[in-house]
Design a protein. Structure first.
Length: 165
């Protein structure tokens, strides 16, 4: 169990932040139980050799917030919104999961959506099977089941939408 004070801040375009978020992403995916996604699927989703240049560019072009441990500023999770304001990524490192970090990140991103996209009617996410229940709990509803191919391996997720009132 992880217990500390959490702060949410914007992504900083530094090598330290970028590497920390890639690490959170990789560890989070590989901690998913094999009964939900196989080892082969997890390796295709989050390979050991992640294309660092494209990740860094994407993070710099999107809106990204980072949850950090206030004691040592260690990144524990992040949420990324694409240029349309929809959720691209939401990950929390395995040792800090189920502590409300994903919820804090979601709330922070939602506040930004309300401010920067006042006419946006729906907020979308391509939710993994492991994140599906989290998004249901926070008002998202499934709209479509998807099959995504990565490196020749098939992965499934669900398009989910939340009406913004």
């Amino acid at each position: 169990m992880y217990s500390t004070s959490i702060a949410i801040r914007e992504f900083q375009s530094t090598e330290i932040d970028y590497r920390a978020l890639v690490n959170v992403f990789h560890r989070s995916v590989h901690a998913i139980p094999d009964v939900i996604y196989s080892k082969e699927q997890k390796s295709a989703w989050a390979p050991d050799c992640i294309d660092g240049a494209s990740w860094k560019l994407r993070l710099e072009e999107h809106s990204v917030w980072v949850a950090v441990d206030e004691r040592n500023q260690e990144p524990l999770g992040f949420i990324e919104l694409n240029k349309n304001g929809d959720i691209e990524c939401l990950y929390v490192c395995p040792r800090a999961q189920r502590q409300g970090i994903a919820k804090l990140l979601l709330i922070t991103a939602f506040e930004s959506i309300r401010k920067h996209y006042p006419d946006k009617a729906q907020w979308l996410v391509q939710a993994s099977d492991v994140a599906y229940e989290f998004f249901i709990k926070h008002g998202f509803l499934p709209t479509k089941r998807n099959q995504v191919e990565r490196f020749g391996v098939s992965l499934e997720n669900t398009t989910m939408a939340k009406t913004i009132a």
